[in-house]
Design a protein around this ligand. Structure first.
Ligand code: ADP
Length: 476
């Protein structure tokens, strides 16, 4: 059996900040069925989940980080997850509650030390246990230097023949560091320094694209978008396109099951989706004191321009001012200006819009279950999981035509799964809201669509098979 280790800064339920956490937590569940043994390793954070588990130390080591010696431990989880789970305990660097952000809402200033020490600790461990895994699967730029270290550092020569897979979950974040960060690197053949460089800086994402055996994005359309236009990295992706592919994410059907979801107060019974939706909707509307007897439109996600969160307030306000009847529930946090614009709008229209600035898994599930529509005005979307969760819970997606949204939500005018906005701006989504309000009135059409989208299989099976074939080919 080919043995793969997923190296990631997130894995649900240990630590999740977004879709990557869901993917790394779910894909390993579906790989054994395809003949692959999958393990996961993340940093150990100061989070409740870690404190509630029992770990055994598998390896202790130390790293030279410039003039500092950094002690670390590799710990293995005993039980509780269906796949082998390891964490790297690096006191001083990772024993913090938030995965990426300091209290001021900005990234931790010692991000380079954190990323580099996490990656080097894993390689130090595995250079002592070289047979444990056959393939290294790295996720996003935080683990993007591993393929370089394996290729170019004498210290890890015994691992240099191990194939590497690099998944881009979000190409906007690149791990760009000043060359002074170089002092944390172990010795490598200086002729390879160019592999680290892009535009005069160390660029972890570019390095991963250059050095990994295979690069994939989490949807085919997103890969095509990167090949066509990935700003300064466009020529790099184009030149490496032979080893690039796009594999759409799946969802964990057990964790996201309207019949059993442990976060929900009202479950789907049999095929009675009408009762499921109306009970959840009434409960949420009552709790948030929103107006009833009208469509409920939701948004869940990071308040970032990537997610088009800045389009929410203006398109909702334009639609309300036109007299359209709908209620909105918004959950998320991020950009302070976007948070403020939405909060102000909800203060002006308290019975039409509810805004919760938080990360709240239970509320997210309540929104998926309660809403009639879920808005996703993303400017780019590597895959997007929300639209798949929404459909599974009988909520019609209203999306922009990019990346994974393009691959999963064709417009209803093309016999598709949801409403596709023509433009990613106020006018495009105001029009989307108008179409949603009209569709809501047409009960027969609405019912047929809800039944159809609830029946679509978004499970990991097909995509897990693609990953398995990839690992097996690499490990031949
Ligand atoms: P991202 O680009 O943020 O990773 P994805 O669509 O890939 O976006 O995944 C988002 C995941 O994070 C989904 O599981 C979604 O439900 C969850 N999520 C996002 N924001 C919140 C929030 N404020 N509270 C709870 N869950 C959230």
């Amino acid at each position: 059996m080919t043995k793969v280790i997923h190296i990631s800064t997130e894995c649900y339920p240990a630590a999740k900040a977004g879709g990557m956490g869901d993917v790394v937590g779910a894909l390993p569940l579906y790989l054994p069925g395809q003949g692959i043994e999958a393990s996961v390793i993340t940093p150990r954070y100061k989070r409740t989940w870690f404190e509630q588990q029992s770990f055994v130390t598998q390896y202790s080591g130390e790293l030279n980080l410039d003039d500092r010696i950094v002690d670390f431990r590799i710990q293995r989880l005993e039980g509780t997850l269906p796949y082998p789970f390891y964490c790297v305990d690096i006191p001083g660097l990772f024993d913090r509650e938030d995965i990426y952000l300091a209290e001021n809402g900005h990234g931790y200033p010692d991000e380079p030390e954190r990323n580099i020490s996490f990656q080097l600790a894993i390689l130090d461990w595995l250079s002592h246990e070289a047979d444990l895994f056959d393939v290294f699967h790295c996720h996003d730029h935080m683990t993007g230097l591993i393929p370089f270290f394996l290729k170019c550092c004498h210290q890890f020569e015994m691992l240099s023949k191990k194939p590497t897979v690099f998944t881009i979950h979000n190409g906007q974040y690149r791990g760009i560091f000043d060359w002074s960060v170089h002092r944390y690197f172990p010795y490598y053949d200086p002729r390879h320094a160019g592999l680290l460089d892009w535009d005069g800086a160390i660029n972890s994402l570019a390095t991963a694209i250059k050095c990994s055996w295979v690069v994939n994005t989490v949807s085919p359309s997103y890969m095509q978008e990167l090949i066509n236009d990935f700003d300064t990295l466009t020529p790099l992706v184009s030149s490496e396109r032979e080893k690039c592919e796009g594999i759409i994410n799946g969802i964990d059907n057990e964790l996201w099951d309207p019949k059993t979801d442990e976060f929900l107060d009202h479950h789907l019974k049999g095929t009675n989706w009408k009762s499921f939706k109306s009970k959840n909707k009434s409960a949420l509307i009552k709790r948030l004191n929103l107006k009833s007897r009208r469509p409920l439109i939701g948004f869940i996600g990071r308040m970032a321009t990537q997610k088009g969160a800045d389009v929410l307030a203006s398109s909702i306000e334009e639609s309300l001012s036109k007299g359209l009847q709908f209620s909105t529930v918004i959950l998320g946090s991020g950009d302070k200006a976007i948070e403020q614009a939405l909060t102000e709008l909800s203060n002006r229209y308290p019975r039409d819009i509810s805004v919760t600035i938080a990360y709240d898994e239970k509320m997210a599930r309540a929104i998926y279950a309660a809403c009639d529509f879920l808005m996703m005005p993303s400017r780019f979307e590597p895959c997007g999981l929300n639209q798949m969760y929404a459909m599974r819970y009988g909520t019609i997606p209203m999306v922009s035509n990019v990346g994974g949204l393009k691959d999963t939500v064709p417009d209803i005018s093309q016999k598709g799964n949801g409403i596709v906005a023509e433009t990613i701006d106020t006018a495009g989504f105001a029009k989307g809201i108008e179409r949603a309000v009209h569709l809501y009135k047409s009960k027969k059409e609405l019912g047929q669509l809800v039944e159809k989208i609830m029946g679509i299989d978004w499970s990991w099976d097909q995509s897990a098979q693609k990953y398995a074939e990839m690992y097996q080919q690499l490990n031949q």
